[in-house]
Design a protein around this ligand. Structure first.
Ligand SMILES: *[C@@H]1O[C@H](CO)[C@@H](O)[C@H](O)[C@H]1NC(C)=O
Ligand SMILES: *[C@@H]1O[C@H](CO)[C@@H](O)[C@H](O)[C@H]1NC(C)=O
Ligand SMILES: *[C@@H]1O[C@H](CO)[C@@H](O)[C@H](O)[C@H]1NC(C)=O
Ligand SMILES: *[C@@H]1O[C@H](CO)[C@@H](O)[C@H](O)[C@H]1NC(C)=O
Ligand SMILES: *[C@@H]1O[C@H](CO)[C@@H](O)[C@H](O)[C@H]1NC(C)=O
Length: 171
């Protein structure tokens, strides 16, 4: 076999593998722990195509948030959800000033175009994630299975709300 043939076969195989593996959003759960500060107006998946489900989140912050920490956990399902790869808390306001965390940059790049999370603190009023679906671009080496990304938003040192997104990754 010529080198060019091997190249084309490899490229075809890679394309097939990429098409055969995909990420699908399966559920979204949001909850406010303090309804005098945070209202969840919408937190819902919507199927738009056979392989495309979009996520919309709409929350209202009734008071300005100047001190925001974000607890990020990525868990994989195996006899319940187990911690996997990611479990840490970041200073979200500092991140929006300095973009100083490599893993959070990856997540932020996925949503920055389709969300109101695009400026420095304070945050107040309606905050949106609109028709989000680009989880396919998660540049993490993932094995097939069910996952959940648990985001707990800590404002003024207390957990005020959470936004949890469930997805499956098929190899
Ligand atoms: C809930 O939010 C209100 C308004 O920002 C705040 O005054 C109060 O301290 C918060 N409660 C808790 C338990 O954080
Ligand atoms: C977000 O929710 C608020 C309050 O329900 C509503 O007024 C607003 O139109 C919603 N925004 C979008 C883009 O859905
Ligand atoms: C995540 O990290 C926190 C703090 O480092 C720790 O207390 C907690 O047990 C960890 N969670 C899991 C599920 O391992
Ligand atoms: C962001 O939006 C611009 C314009 O709509 C588009 O060209 C670009 O590809 C988008 N970037 C990402 C990362 O989605
Ligand atoms: C942030 O996003 C909002 C809503 O999508 C947009 O109106 C605004 O221009 C954006 N701001 C920046 C600094 O990109």
């Amino acid at each position: 076999m010529k080198a060019s043939q091997i190249f084309y076969i490899s490229a075809a195989l890679l394309t097939w593998l990429l098409e055969a593996s995909y990420v699908k959003l399966t559920n979204a759960v949001c909850e406010s722990y303090n309804k005098s500060w945070v209202l969840i107006n919408n937190c819902r998946l919507k199927a738009v195509e056979r392989r495309k489900t979009v996520l919309n989140i709409n929350i209202t912050l009734l008071y300005p948030a100047n001190d925001i920490r974000l607890h990020i956990q990525l868990m994989k399902k195996a006899n319940g959800y187990k911690p996997w790869l990611v479990n840490y808390t970041i200073d979200a306001c500092q991140f929006m000033r300095r973009r100083n965390h490599p893993v959070v940059i990856i997540f932020h790049n996925l949503i920055k175009n389709v969300s109101t999370v695009n400026h420095t603190c304070p945050y107040q009023g309606v905050q949106l994630l609109k028709d989000f679906y680009r989880v396919d671009d998660l540049p993490l080496a993932m094995v097939g299975g069910e996952y959940v990304l648990l985001l707990t938003w800590i404002m003024n040192k207390r957990s005020q709300f959470m936004t949890n997104v469930y997805f499956s990754f098929e190899e």
